[in-house]
Design a protein around this ligand. Structure first.
Ligand code: C2E
Ligand code: CA
Ligand code: CA
Ligand code: CA
Length: 276
């Protein structure tokens, strides 16, 4: 009887209520994961297009849920973390993790810039600047080894506030990158007012560059423009020899993609890329 009434209750949930319940459960899992520090970073190398020489890495979040043997990927939990605001706490852990990793590699004699992705939520509050200032002091690393990747959409949401925060970060000496460049509707004029050091050209360009002549032209033009503005360029999502060859004709800059390496744990970075 009790079982039955329980069942009736569940089927009478509207889809909306079921969704809410799922989200709530997922949020609890997330909170627990943050408390238990179940999040780790994998690192994807950025290398010079011409020589394949190592430059540094991007840190990409993975969730190692206790008792689960597969890793969870950002698409599965970053949107909810952003929606619920838990991304703030999560980013704090990740930035500290990155700073520690920079420090650890320095003590082993490797100077490795690490970039971390920063969500829009951090541009609506003050904590990020204070946190980074504190971490730089605590770990005593050269600030330029810490790089922050911010998507252009985030920067364009509130240009005045973004500019303010970026300048404060810039004064701390950290390296600032515009992520997924070319996918949003950024104004180049605004972009010039931001104290940024690099542009990451989105994977959608790399994918289409050898198929669509217009994409090829736009990619080449963005690269030339960025080089004239003395911006560092990173082309994302390079998977094939053909893509690499095309890019090599456009100049020498940084490349990130499966052609060279997927994101891998720190010890594999050491084995494969640092001990040479
Ligand atoms: P993103 O910042 O654009 O990161 C690049 C994504 O492209 C990564 O996926 C990476 O594994 C993937 N990728 C790299 N090279 C290739 C390639 O050659 N081919 C293909 N098909 N994919 C490639 P990942 O790690 O699943 O991350 C997805 C997105 O999740 C990231 O896109 C970023 O927006 C977000 N994300 C990842 N880590 C963090 C984090 O720590 N904080 C925040 N806020 N967002 C993160
Ligand atoms: Ca990124
Ligand atoms: Ca990107
Ligand atoms: Ca992307």
């Amino acid at each position: 009887e009790v079982k039955n009434s329980g069942k009736t209750m569940i089927v009478s949930y509207s889809d909306y209520q079921v969704q809410l319940k799922n989200d709530y459960q997922k949020e609890l899992e997330l909170i627990q994961g943050i408390e238990n520090q179940e999040f780790i970073l994998h690192y994807q190398p950025k290398v010079y297009a011409d020589s394949g020489r190592f430059y540094g890495v991007e840190g990409l979040i993975r969730w190692q849920v206790t008792g689960e043997d597969r890793l969870r990927y950002p698409d599965e939990f970053i949107p909810l973390s952003e929606k619920t605001g838990h991304i703030l706490e999560l980013t704090k852990q990740l930035v500290e993790m990155s700073v520690k990793q920079i420090k650890c590699w320095l003590t082993k004699g490797y100077e490795v810039p690490i970039s971390v992705n920063v969500s829009a939520e951090h541009f609506q509050e003050d904590e990020l600047v204070a946190l980074i200032e504190e971490l730089l002091k605590k770990y005593q690393i050269p600030p330029y080894l810490l790089e922050l990747e911010i998507t252009e959409t985030v920067l364009m949401e509130d240009v005045t506030e973004s500019k303010n925060i970026l300048w404060r970060l810039h004064r701390l000496g950290v390296h600032l990158s515009v992520d997924d460049f070319g996918t949003g509707y950024s104004s180049l004029r605004y972009l010039m007012e931001f104290p940024i050091q690099s542009l990451k050209i989105d994977r959608s360009f790399t994918e289409a560059m050898n198929i669509d002549k217009k994409v090829f032209i736009v990619t080449e033009t963005i690269i030339q423009l960025a080089q004239k503005l003395d911006l560092q360029i990173i082309v994302e999502g390079v998977e094939t020899k053909e893509q690499l060859a095309t890019l090599n004709h456009m100049g020498n800059f940084l490349i990130q993609g499966y052609y060279f390496s997927k994101p891998i744990p720190y010890d594999e970075i050491e084995e494969t890329w640092l001990k040479k």
